[in-house]
Design a protein. Structure first.
Lengths: 243, 243
DNA sequence: TGGCGCAGTATTGTATGCAATCGCTGGTGC
DNA sequence: GCACCAGCGATTGCATACAATACTGCGCCA
């Protein structure tokens, strides 16, 4: 597993987590290079640990690792995006199947508390709102008690975030909150077809934001796909050597 | 990813592959320690590469990595086994859904050739037969064109092999060959419900070999379970179709 | 005699150093 | 003027060295 290191020095895990968050928040744009040296100095560790973290991120599909050419933030193609969504759909349907009608009161309470948090964040913080909307699905997976499912959903959700950052329109969270509420109700009611339909529709909505439109006007994403470098970095010789 | 290194020195990948095969063939039993030094000297490389390979194997769930205590071949619990099977079922159903009625002649030919190879190996080589039976599922995933699905199915199938080596009865391949043939027929016919039912039944059969019987007499598996973890309740009949 | 603490050893975790490879810049020939 | 190639800098791949931690056996004490 990936996380069984709640021990003393989860240093590599810390780097992994930090880079992951940076990528998902688009602080590191798809296609951006990730030099080991720079990251190592930034985190105050050696390249060894950075390498390990990058390897894990590559296994999750968040970074691309080309031999002798270093690591860069992954820039999934539309075909890959479709693949990811198809699998995510199957996994999440598995989760709602497992939970439907078996939701214990404490579990339902956790879900509802989470949606409340979503609703609260919706008004104030955009990034927080997006993050919470994603974590709702993680929570669902966690409640199934299937650790592997949780890991997979986490990985797939991450990739989806990356994909949406490439191809997606801005996230509108209000519908998500409502759909999450409806799903909880269906889970409590034990209405399996409704659960599946709701989840399916919900994911289709997310997917539709990414895959259907050619997304006119935003050529940055397109360029990022065809050029190996991030758009917003004009100066090429910029070196942060021990600055 | 595991495969995007068809380049010049896939040395780490070679070690990864070798260890993987050794584990799946039970040359390395679940729970066996995997000292970095020893492996490194055996392969004629440094510990660095071995570490990378072990990390990948850990990500696949084939080895367990405990901090400051090194790596050992994973020994999944029955609960983990159930989790793996539930997810594998969902993934393989996704695959047959994607292929059902869309099988091109060349693809069908590949499947049938593979089953022929299975049938041929069945008479002669036991290990080869088992390997081919597993690779049939990999081939199905590959034919969907969904690379991520292929990766997941590969990982899940590996874990299943490991689980069967712990809890399973000896593999009887004849039924598998017949079931594979039937599945191909249903795929060609485009009979989606039949496809799903066949795959479901097929996987349930595999799963049943592992999860139902207490497997009397083999205490190695039992000891492996109770060695490093708190002893769960005695092996009761797992609910196969729970998910 | 059996349990406990303590050193020695073995093994892992991390850092650093060296060689190899890639991409780029400047030069050269056509 | 453009394309090609050689040299160079930057960056990665891998190995080794050092430090930290967990496991072994032995001696000590109750």
């Amino acid at each position: 597993m990936t996380e069984p290191d709640p021990k003393s020095p989860p240093r590599a895990a810390a780097i992994h987590q930090a880079l992951r968050q940076a990528i998902l928040e688009q602080a590191l744009a798809p296609g951006a290079k990730l030099p080991e040296d720079l990251i190592a100095s930034q985190f105050g560790v050696s390249r060894t640990l950075v390498r390990e973290a990058l390897g894990r991120l590559a296994a999750e599909g968040l970074v691309e690792l080309r031999h002798n050419r270093g690591a860069s933030v992954a820039a999934p193609s539309l075909a890959e995006a479709r693949d990811v969504f198809a699998i995510r759909r199957a996994m999440e349907l598995l989760a709602v199947d497992a939970l439907c009608g078996r939701l214990e009161p404490a579990q339902a309470a956790r879900l509802e508390a989470h949606v409340e948090a979503e609703a609260a964040a919706q008004a104030t913080s955009g990034p927080t709102s997006i993050r919470l909307a994603g974590e709702f699905h993680l929570l669902l997976a966690e409640l199934t008690g299937n650790a592997l499912l949780q890991r997979y959903v986490a990985e797939l959700a991450s990739r989806c975030s990356l994909i949406l950052s490439l191809y997606g329109r801005p996230h509108s969270a209000d519908c998500a909150v409502e759909e999450h509420r409806a799903l909880i109700a269906a889970l409590r009611a034990g209405d399996a077809p409704a659960c599946r339909a709701l989840m399916d529709h919900h994911l289709a909505a997310v997917m539709g934001r990414a895959l259907l439109p050619p997304k006119p006007g935003d050529m940055r994403a397109v360029l990022a796909r065809y050029a190996g470098t991030p758009a917003p970095s004009p100066p090429r010789r910029a070196k942060a050597r021990s600055a």
